[in-house]
Design a protein around this ligand. Structure first.
Ligand code: ABU
Length: 410
């Protein structure tokens, strides 16, 4: 498929390949990451090029408020002005990282304008490729493309296929992988729930969420990579709108056989989507918790029994997210940590910057708010390729039943 460069000025160029089609090796390239705080050496930063607002689908309906124009009223390409401004922010962020000698890659071009049709569903367009964190899970030396639940994001992994192929060729120990592809047919969702959802009050959606009842059923294996928090040997996964129990079971079977320990986490949140604006590791021994989304009873235990401190994030600077944004104001705590002492924070989030300063971090302000609507904050807009460091055991004090999946079975 040939794609106009005018629509994708920030996408990475097609790979240079040998006659056989094998990509040339990028010397020194290394894939490895076990957490979100060791020194960052190589990262992917998303792009806003040609991003679309797709029509709503069963999974996205649950996240987007009933009255929002993003339910379909505004379906179509985002305005050129907003795309250019978002790219200005994302490119500025990439430059800040490169100036610190961090290697930055950008996703490749995929035609998001095309209608997506599979044997199981059809939707007006793709989404875009601003938040690589949702799609890519770097676990040690493996990079895995996640089975996401929004129909518009079904083919998003294609934007990373060339990069992954190059990583595979350049680092002889790197593995590139894909989770089982979901079907996302109407059978994958509680369609009655999706219809009823329009009329539920906040209290009712909270009640459902506390019962761990979402629009996704257990038909497909579903998870977004941004629901997975990596802390060395321990992996914590949030069950919510974008990750079902089958997804958690799959993560558990895959990674526990490699020596990791997988735990579930749940928060009092009526729209639990992505853990990275809810509970964020800052450095070994220190977590940042969203005060509006407390941990379920008993879930602090593993942190407390291993001497981790949990601090509550300060309130965001803004009362509302920007227009046409899928995320909440809590993107204030969605930061990119560069090493144990340095953190990138959105530049308008002065309170959050002050809190990090008091916690002993050097704060790097990054102008990104005008890119929020395209898929999130600084953590969402990135995916780790390489962080220095090894797979540490930060939770040597394990105990039986700590966050076991069975607790939520129904
Ligand atoms: N992708 C992170 C979004 C989380 C939130 O809306 O709070």
């Amino acid at each position: 498929m040939s794609i106009s460069n005018d629509l994708y000025p920030n996408a990475s160029l097609p790979l240079e390949r040998k006659d056989s089609g094998v990509p040339y090796v990028r010397q020194g390239l290394h894939v490895e990451s076990y957490n979100d705080f060791d020194p960052l050496r190589h990262v992917i930063v998303g792009i806003a090029d040609n991003q679309h607002i797709p029509e709503a689908c069963p999974a996205s309906n649950e996240k987007i408020p009933a009255g929002s124009p993003m339910r379909g009223g505004k379906a179509g390409r985002r305005t050129q002005e907003s795309i250019e401004r978002a790219n200005e922010c994302l490119n500025g962020f990439a430059k800040i990282l490169e100036d610190r000698n961090i290697i930055v890659d950008r996703p490749g071009a995929v035609d998001w304008h095309e209608r997506i049709t599979t044997p199981d569903f059809s939707i007006s367009s793709g989404f875009g490729v601003m938040p690589p964190r949702d799609c890519l899970l770097t676990m040690g030396k493996s990079m895995l493309m996640a089975p996401m639940s929004f129909r518009s994001r079904y083919f998003e992994y294609l934007a990373y296929v060339d990069l992954m192929r190059e990583y595979f060729e350049s680092d002889p120990n790197c593995m590139i992988e894909q989770a089982p592809r979901p079907r996302l047919s109407d059978d994958s969702f509680r369609m009655d729930y999706v219809a009823a959802y329009e009329y539920l009050s906040d209290a009712e959606t909270m009640e459902r969420s506390l019962r761990k009842e979402y629009s996704t059923k257990e038909t497909d294996i579903l998870f977004d990579a941004a629901d997975v928090m990596r802390l060395g040997k321990d992996i914590f996964v949030q069950h919510g709108l974008t990750t079902n129990l089958a997804g958690i079971r799959w993560i558990k079977r895959k990674y526990e056989s490699q020596g990791y320990r997988v735990h579930t986490l749940s928060f009092e949140d009526n729209h639990p989507i992505h853990i990275d604006a809810t509970f964020c590791p800052l450095r070994p021994g220190l977590m940042l918790l969203n005060p509006n989304r407390p941990l379920f009873k008993g879930q602090r235990e593993i942190f407390e029994k291993n001497d981790w401190e949990i601090v509550e994030a300060v309130s965001p600077a803004w009362d509302n997210p920007p227009p046409l944004c899928y995320s909440s104001t809590w993107l204030s705590m969605n930061t990119l940590i560069l090493d144990h002492k340095t953190v990138c924070v959105e530049a308008s989030e002065t309170g959050q910057m002050e809190q990090f300063d008091k916690l002993g971090f050097d704060v790097v302000p990054v102008d990104l708010r005008d890119a929020y609507a395209f898929g999130g904050g600084l953590h969402c807009a990135t995916a780790d390729v390489w962080r220095e460091g090894t797979c540490e055991d930060y939770f040597p004090n394990q105990f039986s039943g700590a966050h076991s999946l069975e607790h939520w079975e129904y």
